[in-house]
Design a protein around this ligand. Structure first.
Ligand code: CUO
Length: 688
């Protein structure tokens, strides 16, 4: 790949609404389009338009003619100013066709040309999605960093008045090269009259929402088989969303709220309203709100139609399959829902992926259509010409409290299946001759107490310039306040009474009490166990001390990786540095690795288990290692198998043989637990 190809691809993530011929990279670079690429409205003036934007630039990148010009008529059903939804069947099919087109470009240079040509001819959100999926999956674009969605479409993530401030600031500062700094307000969606507002810092976190978008980008439901059919993708759909629910429920306890009530009845009013106040950048309108006590209704619109009774029928069929222990394909062939593959089959069937579901006609499209019915609750028959609400869009869905109620229901279906399986037995849990004798988690400084961890607010900034269409070319640093935790170190002592061997170290924290301070049963604890980390350890005979930093977690990615500045100035040149720098946006945000805790110090069980690696290991294909493999617990590994043979969530995904957690760790030497206190300090630390 030449540098200019890479550069051109990177630039297409910037300024998604501006035509491809305008300058990018703070006015320094321009793409030189062949005349035939100009959309009709500019075609008579290609020379003048081209000249206007190529003055004073440092770099001009010539774009090659297309060997074959694609017919893009199939995309026209989504107008340029329409919202685009991955949950909408028609939108998904169009996106799938576009991804197939991008994946089929014969070489890199033609892919660049095809992308440039397509960009101004299809809906900009559709383009950015299909384009990012292609970049993430084409073998020749492995080195292209995918710009964080919050930087491509910042208006989906932050309160809109910030953009006015940014433009105002920029016009005052002018071209002085200074950075424009603007503040994103906190707590702008509701007042404290609304109890749910206590969780706004979690739901509206930029890192949380961009992780969710990125996960769905890496695991699409539709598209070419090589893009969709990934190892254990259905199981990962279950597990990643299950962990979100576990974290959200624990976060609720920290804020004296009871756990989420799953939305298992679509015919009663929904007490939680939500007024998102964010703008869609394609049409400059705010996302529609959902008033309190809204009743869901059948959706019958030109762009979507779904009856509640249909969703109920699919739900009952899925539940019946779980109770019967098998699923049936369209020819009546039965596949058992066993301990190993059952959850993966259910994940693909419930989400649902049209290409991977065992029987899409019969088991339907349960999860996606739930998103749709909720997202159109404010205008189900299109009489007000309103688009879908935040639940219709993977970049914004996690902002709304109803997301957790709908996914709470979906999770309860998966948990029903897991509850049918036998509890784990001794052979599945123990690791003979390995015993964990001591565990602690401690903040770095020497004078801190072991097993007392700390959370607080932090003010950080992200560069939003790339997505500010028709805005100033300066860098725009928007600062926002988010939860943060003080980094800490785990230390475990492990005795190995056998020969040298390898284990997998699995770390979880489990809430001990609910919002009323009532102790939780093991069955409740296991469903809310939060995975913190997972890694292999080599155990020598005798005593071993294992140390691990919280920042190394297999679940999370660091803040800097989510919000790196965009543009050539910030890109390292050396290949190894570039590999490390590559944007790997899938992963839980490190700043939310720990739940908030509370001012008095909230008690958790810190749990560690060392399992037998010979039963965990996976024979990987000989594909190149990926530099972004750090957050594999939720995101898997690119072009590889999921690197842990156990079912996801092990050992808490199935019932356990003991009465409580103390008895469990008492019965198995390869497990240990200790009390962990998380103290929240209500102070804002300014990182900038
Ligand atoms: Cu991620 Cu419902 O699957 O939003």
């Amino acid at each position: 790949m030449t540098n200019t190809d890479l550069k051109a691809l990177e630039l297409l993530f910037q300024r998604p609404l501006e035509p491809a011929f305008t300058t990018r990279d703070a006015g320094k670079t321009v793409l030189e389009l062949p005349d035939s690429f100009y959309a009709d409205r500019y075609r008579n003036d290609t020379e003048e338009v081209g000249n206007r934007f190529s003055k004073d630039v440092d770099l001009k990148i010539p774009i090659q003619e297309l060997a074959s010009v694609p017919n893009l008529d199939f995309t026209k059903k989504i107008g340029p100013k329409n919202q685009f939804s991955l949950f909408n069947n028609r939108h998904r099919e169009i996106a799938s066709e576009l991804i197939t087109l991008f994946m089929g470009a014969p070489n890199l240079r033609q892919f660049v040309s095809l992308s440039v040509y397509t960009k101004d001819r299809v809906n900009p959100v559709l383009f950015q999605y299909a384009y990012a999926v292609a970049i993430a999956h084409r073998p020749d674009t492995r080195e292209v960093p995918i710009t964080n969605i919050s930087q491509v479409f910042p208006s989906n993530f932050v309160e809109p008045s910030v953009f006015r401030d940014a433009r105002q600031e920029a016009s005052v500062i002018g071209d002085s090269g200074d950075r424009v700094r603007v503040d994103i307000a906190r707590n702008y969606t509701a007042s404290d009259r609304e109890d749910e507002q206590r969780l706004a810092y979690f739901r509206e976190d930029i890192g949380v929402n961009s992780h969710h978008w990125h996960w769905h980008l890496v695991y699409p439901t539709t598209g070419p088989m090589e893009v969709v059919n990934k190892d254990r993708r259905g199981e990962l759909f279950y597990y990643m969303h299950h962990q979100i629910l576990a974290r959200y429920n624990v976060e609720r306890f920290c804020n004296n709220l009871k756990k989420v009530q799953p939305l298992n009845n679509l015919r009663v009013e929904i007490p939680e309203g939500y007024f998102p106040k964010i703008l869609s950048s394609v049409n400059n309108r705010t996302y529609p709100a959902r008033v309190s006590s809204q009743l869901l209704r059948d959706v019958d619109r030109p762009d979507a139609s779904i009856e509640i009774s249909e969703v109920e029928r699919w739900r009952d069929r899925v539940l019946a399959a779980i109770d019967q222990g098998y699923v049936e394909d369209p020819s009546g062939n039965r596949t058992p829902l066993d301990e190993v593959r059952g959850i993966d089959i259910l994940g693909n069937m419930i989400e649902a992926s049209p290409v991977l579901s065992v029987n899409r006609t019969f088991y339907g499209n349960l999860h996606n259509e739930g998103h749709n019915i909720i997202s159109f609750a404010h205008d189900p028959d299109n009489r007000h010409l309103e688009e879908f609400g935040v639940m219709g869009d993977v970049t914004t869905a996690m902002r709304d409290p109803i997301f957790y109620r709908w996914h709470g229901f979906i999770d309860s279906v998966f948990n029903k299946f897991k509850a049918h399986l036998n509890p784990y037995n001794d052979a599945e849990l123990n690791f003979d001759g390995v015993s964990v004798t001591y565990i602690e988690a401690k903040i770095g400084k020497s004078n801190t107490k072991a097993n007392t961890l700390l959370t607080y607010w932090q003010k950080s900034s992200a560069d939003l310039a790339a997505g500010l269409d028709f805005g100033p070319s300066a860098n725009i640093l928007a600062s926002f306040t988010h939860l943060q935790n003080a980094p800490f170190t785990y230390t475990f002592n492990v005795t190995n009474s056998g020969a040298k061997r390898t284990g997998t170290c699995r770390i979880f924290i489990c809430p001990k009490t609910d919002e009323r301070n009532q102790p939780l049963r093991l069955e409740e604890q296991r469903l809310m166990a939060i995975e913190m980390d997972k890694f292999t350890v080599d155990l020598v005979p005798g005593e071993n001390t294992i140390r691990r930093q919280s920042t190394e977690s297999s679940v999370a990615i660091p803040f800097e990786r989510s919000f790196r500045p965009v543009g050539a100035d910030y890109q390292p040149k050396a290949a190894d540095e570039l590999a490390r720098f590559r944007f790997c946006g899938c992963g839980w945000p490190q700043h939310l690795l720990l739940p908030k805790g509370n001012a008095q110090g909230m008690l958790f069980d810190l749990f560690v288990m060392i399992s037998d690696y010979t039963q965990d290991s996976v024979q990987q294909p000989n594909t190149p290692n990926d530099a972004c493999s750090t957050a594999y617990s939720f995101c898997g590994l690119k072009d590889k198998l999921y690197p842990d043979r156990r079912t996801m969530g092990y050992p808490f995904d199935r019932r356990l043989p003991n009465a409580n957690l103390t008895e469990l760790v008492g019965a198995f030497g390869n497990m240990a637990k200790t009390d962990l206190r998380i103290v929240f300090n209500d102070r804002v630390i300014d990182k900038a």
